[in-house]
Design a protein around this ligand. Structure first.
Ligand SMILES: C[S@@+](CC[C@H](N)C(=O)[O-])C[C@H]1O[C@@H](n2cnc3c(N)ncnc32)[C@H](O)[C@@H]1O
Length: 251
């Protein structure tokens, strides 16, 4: 049986950064799947619930909340560990769709930021399809945290004619010369290991939420302050999501 699924990008946290297309999609859905990542991140589940309360105030939908399998931390082969984690999640999603989405119902995932940027849901649903499920997908783009970061700092993402590289923190050290790089998923603060007086950093945490923090300046000057504020906020809230742009100063 064909199942209809909406993958809805909801932006980086501010309900006002949800697009009209996303709101339309939310109004069509009858079942919302919310994966709880644990690690104190239930606030992210609450933010999704707040978005639903705002755009579906009349209710009339089901919320299916499940614990997301945990990825093996510190695995030697990162890619193999992620693939294994994706297979576990695919098995979970397949079961959820079988058990929780009836004929004629429309299911939805509310995905943080932009569904196409460092989000594995599309890849996992490919695995679900390979396992035999028939899925009709619709993907609704969202505002990425990288866009929100640039807007908050009032800087363009690229300079004239220059490329922009977007990478996860664990790839920063091996990147070579940095001219214009956006970094996400950096739990290890890779920027702190850089010793390059020519770089400016535009850092932002909890973008779009009430706890938003922004720091910018020459990397050598503000590095210590970012580390201190980041640690303080991470302890206070129990979790953190931050991104940054690193840019070489033009002489
Ligand atoms: C799994 S990725 C998801 C990215 C998301 N698809 C997007 O387009 O923003 C999670 C990473 O996105 C970044 N991120 C997401 N939301 C953020 C926010 N509100 N403030 C700062 N960074 C955020 C962080 O770098 C975090 O580690």
């Amino acid at each position: 049986m064909m199942k209809d699924l909406l993958l809805i990008g909801i932006g980086p946290g501010d309900p006002r950064q949800v697009t009209y297309e996303a709101v339309d999609a939310m109004r069509r859905a009858s079942v919302f799947f919310v994966l709880d990542k644990g690690q104190g991140k239930d606030e992210l589940v609450q933010l999704r619930k707040a978005i639903l309360a705002r755009y579906r105030p009349e209710g009339g939908y089901r919320l299916v909340q499940v614990a997301d399998p945990r990825r093996e931390a510190g695995a030697l082969d990162y890619v193999a560990a992620v693939r294994q984690w994706h297979r576990q999640r695919a098995a979970l999603y397949a079961r959820l769709l079988d058990d929780q989405l009836a004929a004629g119902e429309v299911g939805a995932f509310l995905l943080w930021g932009e569904p196409g940027l460092y989000d594995s849901t599309l890849r996992i649903l490919d695995l679900v399809r390979q396992g035999g499920a028939s899925l009709r997908l619709e993907v609704i783009p969202g505002i990425s945290s990288v866009q929100a970061l640039a807007a908050r700092h009032q800087v363009p993402l690229n300079r004239i004619g220059e490329p922009l590289t977007v990478l996860p923190g664990r790839r920063l050290a091996g990147h070579g010369r940095i001219d214009n790089v956006a970094v996400m998923l950096d739990g290890q603060c890779a920027f702190a290991e850089l010793d390059d007086p020519g770089l400016v950093i535009y850092w932002g945490a909890y973008l779009g939420t009430a706890d938003e923090v922004l720091i910018t300046g020459p990397l050598p000057t503000v590095k210590a302050r970012i580390l201190q504020v980041r640690e303080r906020e991470r302890r206070r809230k129990g979790w953190i999501m931050d991104s940054y742009l690193l840019r070489r100063e033009l002489k």
